[in-house]
Design a protein around this ligand. Structure first.
Ligand code: ARG
Length: 485
C-alpha cells in the first residue's frame, strides 16, 4: 500500500496541474457576473477581427451592442468567436449566454431559441467578380451558376431557392471572397453592408443589380429558450439604443473602422512579420496542448497498458475496449463529443482549452497504452523470473524491474507520439482554442490571403517537429551509449 503513494501523489499533482494551469492559461478570470456572447467574427461591419496597435481585437457594431448590454447588467463581457453554424449548438449546450452575430430570427430558429426584439434591418445582395457585374444583373441569370454562401445562414436558404444553382457552403465569409476571387464560385449571396465592405476593400469585386424578393431581413439577439429574464434585460437595452438610433451609428463607425484597413502587402514575409504575435501565441498554445496531452496520455496510457496485461478478465476487457474505441473513431468526433456532448449531458463545462487537452490526452493514451504493452512484453521473461525468485512481490517486480526498462525502451516511440500530437492538435482550433492553426485561420480572414498564412503555419509546424525529432535522435543515441557501458 505504501508503495502506491508515489503514484497517488503523482496522479493527484497532475490533476492539480490540470485544473490550476489550464484555466489560468485560458485567462479571463475575474469575480462577479460574466456574460458570454457568441459571434462569428467574419462579418464586417457587424463583427470582425482587427489588428489594433499590434493587438488582435474583435470589433464591430454587434460588439458595441454587447458591451452596452453587459454594462447595463453590471456584468463583465466575454466574447467567443465561433463559426456561424456552431453558434446555435453552443447556445443550446449552455457554453454561451447569447448570440449577437447579425442573426436573423427565422421561424426555424425560433423553434430552438428565443429572440430579442430586432435591432437592425439589413438586405440581401448578389456579389460577383467585378468583370461579371453585368452578366449576373438579374436573379434569372444565376440559374445553374455556382454560388458561395455561409454555412447555416439564411443566405444558404436563399441560394437554394435559385433554380439550378450549385451551392458551395463555407464556414467563414472570407472563404466566400477567396472562392470568388479564385474562380471556384461565380457569385455569392450576402448581406448588403457586408458585401459593401468587401467591395470597398477589394476592387476586383462588385455588387450586381439583381434584386432578391423579400430581402429585408431583421437581426436579433438569441438566448436559450425560456430565458425570459435575460431576454427582457436585453430588450431593455435595445429599446434605449433605439431611442437615439445608436445602432445605426455603431454600424457607421464600424464601417469606417473596417474601411481604414491599411492594405498591407500579402507578400508572405510581410504577413509573417505583421502577424508574428498571432503566430507566437499560437505556438505557445500548440506546445502547451501537446506537452500536457502527452504527459497525461503517458500516465493514463501506462495504467491502461497494465490493465490490458492484467490477469483480471474484466480489467483486460475494459482496457481493450478503451483502446479500440479511441483508436477506431476520429479525434475530431471525440473532441466535439467531449466539448459539446458532455457539457449538455452532464452539465460539466470544460473550457475550450480543457476540452482540447482532455481529448488529446485520452486519444494519445490509447496509442501510448499499446506502445507500453509492447515495451512491457518486450522485457525478457528471465528478468521477472529472477526478481520473483529473489522474493520480490509482483507489484515490486513491475515497479522496479519491468516498467523502468519498458519505459526506457519505448521512449523513442513516446517521442514520436509527441510529434504526432503537435500536428494533430491542430484540430482543437475547431472549438476555438487559439492554437497555431486557429491563428493561421484568423490571419487568413483578416488579410484575405488564402494561401500564405497557411504556408507560414506549415513552416512553423515543420520547424517544431523537425527540431524535436532531431533532439530525440540525439537523446536516443546518448541512451544507447549509456546502455553499452
Ligand atoms: N443574417 C444571416 C443569418 O442569420 C447571416 C448572419 C451571418 N452572421 C455572421 N456573423 N457571419 O443567417
Amino acid at each position: 500500500m505504501k508503495a502506491l503513494k508515489p503514484w497517488l501523489a503523482c496522479t493527484l499533482s497532475m490533476l492539480m496541474l490540470f485544473f490550476m494551469i489550464v484555466p489560468l492559461a485560458s485567462a479571463s478570470e475575474g469575480s462577479g457576473k460574466k456574460i458570454i456572447v457568441g459571434l462569428s467574427a467574419d462579418f464586417a461591419p457587424y463583427e470582425f477581427r482587427k489588428n489594433i496597435d499590434g493587438e488582435d481585437q474583435i470589433v464591430g457594431s454587434d460588439v458595441e451592442i454587447a458591451k452596452r448590454i453587459a454594462a447595463d447588467m453590471g456584468a463583465q463581457l466575454e466574447i467567443q468567436d465561433i463559426p456561424f453554424d456552431s453558434l446555435l449548438p453552443a447556445l443550446d449546450s449552455g457554453r454561451i449566454d447569447m448570440i449577437i452575430s447579425g442573426m436573423t430570427p427565422t421561424a426555424e430558429r425560433r423553434k430552438n431559441v428565443d429572440f430579442s426584439d430586432s435591432y437592425y434591418i439589413s438586405r440581401q445582395v448578389i456579389m460577383t467578380r467585378a468583370e461579371d457585374k453585368d452578366k449576373y444583373a438579374t436573379l434569372d441569370s444565376l440559374k445553374g451558376v455556382s454560388i458561395g454562401v455561409q454555412k447555416g445562414s439564411i443566405q444558404e436558404g436563399i441560394a437554394k431557392d435559385i433554380e439550378g444553382a450549385k451551392l458551395t457552403s463555407v464556414d467563414r465569409i472570407s472563404d466566400i471572397v477567396l472562392q470568388l476571387q479564385s474562380g471556384r464560385v461565380d457569385a455569392a449571396v450576402m448581406e448588403g453592408p457586408v458585401a459593401e465592405g468587401q467591395v470597398a476593400n477589394s476592387s476586383d469585386l462588385a455588387i450586381t443589380a439583381a434584386t432578391i424578393p423579400d430581402s429585408d431581413t431583421e437581426m436579433a439577439i438569441a438566448v436559450e429558450k425560456g430565458n425570459t429574464e435575460l431576454l427582457s434585460q436585453i430588450n431593455g437595452t435595445l429599446a434605449e439604443l433605439k431611442k437615439t438610433d445608436e445602432v445605426s451609428k455603431f454600424v457607421q463607425d464600424a464601417t469606417a473602422l473596417n474601411s481604414d484597413e491599411q492594405k498591407a502587402s500579402s507578400n508572405i514575409f510581410n504577413i509573417f512579420w505583421d502577424y508574428r504575435h498571432y503566430y507566437a501565441k499560437g505556438v505557445q498554445y500548440t506546445l502547451l496542448l501537446s506537452a500536457l496531452g502527452v504527459l497525461f496520455g503517458f500516465v493514463i496510457g501506462l495504467i491502461v497498458a497494465l490493465m490490458r496485461l492484467s490477469n483480471v478478465g474484466i480489467l483486460r476487457w475494459i482496457a481493450m475496449t478503451y483502446i479500440e474505441i479511441l483508436r477506431g473513431t476520429p479525434m475530431l468526433v471525440q473532441l466535439l463529443i467531449i466539448h459539446y456532448g458532455i457539457a449538455q449531458t452532464f452539465h460539466i463545462e470544460f473550457s475550450v482549452l480543457q476540452s482540447g487537452i482532455i481529448t488529446l490526452s485520452i486519444n494519445s493514451s490509447a496509442y501510448l497504452a499499446e506502445i507500453f504493452r509492447a515495451g512491457i512484453q518486450g522485457v525478457d521473461r528471465g528478468q521477472s523470473e529472477a526478481a520473483r525468485s529473489l522474493g520480490m512481490s509482483y507489484g515490486a517486480t513491475l515497479r522496479h524491474i519491468i516498467i523502468p526498462q519498458a519505459v526506457k525502451s519505448v521512449l523513442p516511440a513516446i517521442g514520436n507520439e509527441f510529434i504526432v500530437i503537435i500536428k494533430e492538435s491542430s484540430i482543437v482550433s475547431f472549438i476555438g482554442v487559439a492554437d497555431l492553426m486557429f491563428q493561421a485561420q484568423a490571419v487568413r480572414s483578416i488579410t484575405y490571403s488564402a494561401l500564405n498564412p497557411l504556408l507560414i503555419a506549415a513552416a512553423i509546424y515543420f520547424v517544431m517537429t523537425f527540431v524535436l525529432s532531431k533532439l530525440l535522435g540525439i537523446l536516443e543515441r546518448r541512451w544507447s551509449v549509456s546502455d553499452r557501458r
